[in-house]
Design a protein around this ligand. Structure first.
Ligand SMILES: [Fe+2]
Length: 482
């Protein structure tokens, strides 16, 4: 009798009501096209001699410091920096500030692009790090030494909470600065970057000094937390007329990725696991059709995903597969035709893309029944499908993509042509809190927010298993998380 009474106590009823509401959190209702009109700051790059791009005072000081994950599971970091002179690629690190008990030696590279000559670019891998630990590191010697720190992620675990930021198409304008500053206030622990970095290729002869200025611009964040890189069209820089026929030359020299750890043959597509997430990075501008290296790699990588360890399956790419903006309309269609059925089969949670300079979020839809001879021409609601999110709104010099198609397609849940960034907070194996934050003249405004249910664990079958294995403690944790 007391058990029955306990079940219908006000507290229990609240929990049940709360979970019922959550279960509808990412279910389709009619889509919204935001009427917000931005009073736009000019989409021009910040002058090259601005303090935002300031070079460290000492001539030989390391600059453009940035870090990214260096292995499959988050126990290694690649530290990269640039020097004007050919210094040794040496760095110190340890768990105490100013007290470094480890050192690492990296590799140095440089490149030329038409009449631009890069500095000396260093990449050092530090590995066998402890999870969930703050590390300090030091680059350079004497007066030119600089010190930074980062926090390693928690151990791979099905309920490991973690906060990602998502930024795309950032560039180096005042709008870019606003996006970057807002992101840095968000509490995000790692950036998932969806391509188009410096926009140096917008300059005559691809001005390489804009690659340098961009790296100094983002150092305020990326020297202290990893950014996970994917490449966009502005990284291709294919210019045979300038004597530069090799694509991605600057990007590949400057931004290392841990592609070998996931068995990839190219730094442009790879996977990492971090906390409770399995993150797959794809290259929109590398071959991906059947039998290509990227196709083979993705087929094998998806088989390795273990949702019992990393419940959140996230895919990054540059060109969106679903996009209802006039800008770049249908450019992702060829990749959709090749990979969408896999995304459905493996129940991918979220696909983030950039490229279109506006924000858009889809419902869970698919178009895998389409073929060129069938009558099934339209995307349909599909509970096994990912949500597709376009965050190409970092604020680069090309300006906003302001023309959406009308009427708004059924698959489009929310769209707005203004600048901003997104955050994804993984709370546990079943739920994640997602926000898109608009830049609104000096302040960030949470504009689109959704509670996402995990595509693997939030199904009824998985919930039963969760309840059976973890009982009331898991329920208590879930409620505590909100
Ligand atoms: Fe792009």
């Amino acid at each position: 009798m007391s058990k029955v009474k306990g079940l219908w106590s006000p507290g229990y009823q609240f929990v049940v009501l709360f979970l019922v509401l959550l279960s509808y959190a990412d279910t389709a209702v009619s889509g919204i096209t935001s009427s917000f009109v931005r009073s736009e700051w000019p989409a021009i790059d910040i002058p090259i001699d601005s303090e935002e791009f300031a070079v460290p005072k000492d001539h030989d000081a390391p600059q453009q410091v940035h870090i990214t994950q260096g292995d499959y599971d988050g126990r290694a970091v690649i530290v990269s920096w640039v020097t004007n002179t050919p210094e040794p690629s040496e760095m110190l690190y340890g768990k105490s500030e100013h007290n470094y008990d480890h050192n690492a030696r990296g590799k140095t590279t440089n490149y030329t692009y038409y009449d631009y000559k890069s500095g000396y670019i260093h990449h050092a891998l530090i590995d066998s790090l402890e999870y969930d630990t703050k590390y300090y590191y030091k680059i350079g010697t004497g007066n030119s030494a600089r010190e930074f720190f980062f926090q390693t992620p928690p151990k791979i675990d099905v309920d490991a909470p973690y906060a990602f930021g998502i930024i795309g198409d950032l560039g180096q304008t005042y709008n870019s600065l606003s996006t970057l500053e807002h992101y840095m206030q968000s509490g995000g622990q790692t950036v998932l970057y969806v391509g188009d970095l410096s926009y140096a290729d917008r300059y005559i002869c691809n001005n390489g000094t804009r690659w340098d200025s961009w790296a100094r611009f983002i150092e305020r964040s990326v020297a202290f937390q990893p950014w996970i890189w994917s490449a966009g069209n502005h990284e291709i820089e294919y210019s045979p007329h300038l004597g530069e026929p090799y694509p991605f030359k600057a990007f590949l020299h400057r931004y290392a990725t841990p592609h070998l750890a996931s068995g990839s043959s190219s730094p442009l597509w790879y996977a990492i696991r971090r906390a409770s997430a399995h993150i797959i990075v794809l290259s929109s501008y590398s071959p991906f059709v059947v039998y290509t290296p990227q196709w083979h790699w993705l087929r094998d990588e998806l088989k390795k995903v273990d949702r019992e360890k990393t419940p959140w399956l996230i895919v990054l790419m540059h060109s969106p597969l679903y996009n209802s903006n006039h800008a770049h309309y249908m450019e992702g269609e060829s990749m959709r035709a090749v990979f969408e059925s896999w995304f459905i089969h493996y129940k991918v949670d979220l696909v983030f893309a950039g490229h279109v300079h506006a924000y858009e979020r889809s419902y869970r839809i698919s178009n895998i029944n389409y073929n060129i001879t069938s009558g099934n021409r339209y995307p349909v609601p599909d509970k096994s499908a990912p949500v597709y999110i376009t965050v190409g709104d970092g604020g680069n010099q090309e300006g906003l993509a302001e023309r959406f198609s009308h009427p708004q397609p059924d698959y489009s849940a929310f769209r707005e042509a203004s600048y901003g960034h997104a955050t994804l907070e993984l709370k546990n194996r079943t739920h994640a809190l997602y926000r898109w934050n608009r830049n609104d003249d000096g302040k960030q405004v949470p504009t689109d927010h959704v509670v996402f249910r995990n595509q693997y664990w939030a199904s009824n079958t998985r919930r039963r298993r969760l309840k059976k294995n973890h009982g009331s403690q898991a329920l208590a944790n879930l409620v505590a998380a909100y």
